[in-house]
Design a protein around this ligand. Structure first.
Ligand SMILES: [Zn+2]
Ligand SMILES: [Zn+2]
Length: 256
């Protein structure tokens, strides 16, 4: 049984065939899912899906690409969404310096990130963290905001062993996405091997970032199996053991 700990299954890219997507996922052994909002509107859609579909949990949060919308009113509405019983996680939140290099908008991103980390601490909700070209600032802010309690996951982790270690030492888990199967990312696989299975969560980030055998396609939870098989091999573990370990890790990290 596999747990897809980070996906966007409420996305319009699944509108036409969502029932088939879930059927294929379950056939591939993927039975539980966390679908994450990146804005208030997407968070509401994620919650509606979690109410309708077996095995689906939702996360609500404001992604760095929506940081311009962050204000007191948005914060109040987000907190209301987080009170819903099917919303165990605040996310996805974080920093993204790939798309955004303007110092003024980067400052907005950091304010939006910090204030949501404080909200998560206050509410006792774990966080799902997005970091792109920004690991140094993300790790610094997580430490400054004492975010290890309630902790959470550095989703789709890409970075050095030292960065991975700092995240784990802060109390976070690492999200292993399809990127970890790409031929060029041998260093990342070596990092995951050194960290070991007990702090890893599996994820697709569907509809984005499919694993190597499905590159160029729309990603979906059934493809989680390719990532699970590839990384189980890196860790020299039978697939069943790795699947069970990562599912247990997800329950613990996401406080289900
Ligand atoms: Zn992300
Ligand atoms: Zn995502």
């Amino acid at each position: 049984m596999l747990f897809d700990s980070h996906a966007h299954l409420h996305d319009t890219k699944f509108r036409k065939d969502r029932a088939d997507v879930f059927a294929r996922a379950r056939e591939a052994g993927v039975t539980r899912f966390l679908t994450l909002g990146d804005s208030l509107r997407a968070s509401r859609e994620a919650i509606a899906l979690a109410e309708a579909e077996e095995g689906v949990f939702a996360a609500a949060g404001i992604h760095p690409s929506s940081a311009a919308s962050w204000d007191a009113e948005t914060a109040g509405e987000l907190e209301e969404l987080l009170a819903h019983p099917k919303v165990p996680v605040l996310g996805e939140i974080g920093l993204d310096y790939y798309w955004d290099k303007d110092p003024r908008t980067i400052e907005r991103q950091q304010i939006c990130f910090r204030e949501q980390l404080r909200m998560a601490r206050r509410l006792g909700k774990p966080v799902s963290i997005h970091s792109r070209d920004s690991n140094e600032d993300v790790l610094r802010i997580l430490a400054e905001e004492d975010a290890g309690e309630p902790g959470g996951v550095l989703h789709c982790f890409v970075g050095s062993y030292e960065e991975a270690r700092r995240g784990v030492d802060l109390g976070f888990h690492l999200g292993v996405g399809g990127i970890a199967t790409y031929p060029k990312l041998g260093d990342l696989r070596e990092t995951l091997r050194r960290i070991g299975p007990d702090r890893l969560l599996l994820e697709t980030d569907a509809p984005y970032l499919p694993p190597q055998p499905r590159r160029g396609k729309r990603n979906e939870p059934a493809f989680l199996r390719f990532t699970a098989e590839a990384i189980a091999e890196v860790l020299s573990l039978p697939l069943e053991v790795f699947a069970e370990t990562t599912s247990r890790n997800a329950e613990r990290a996401l406080r289900l």
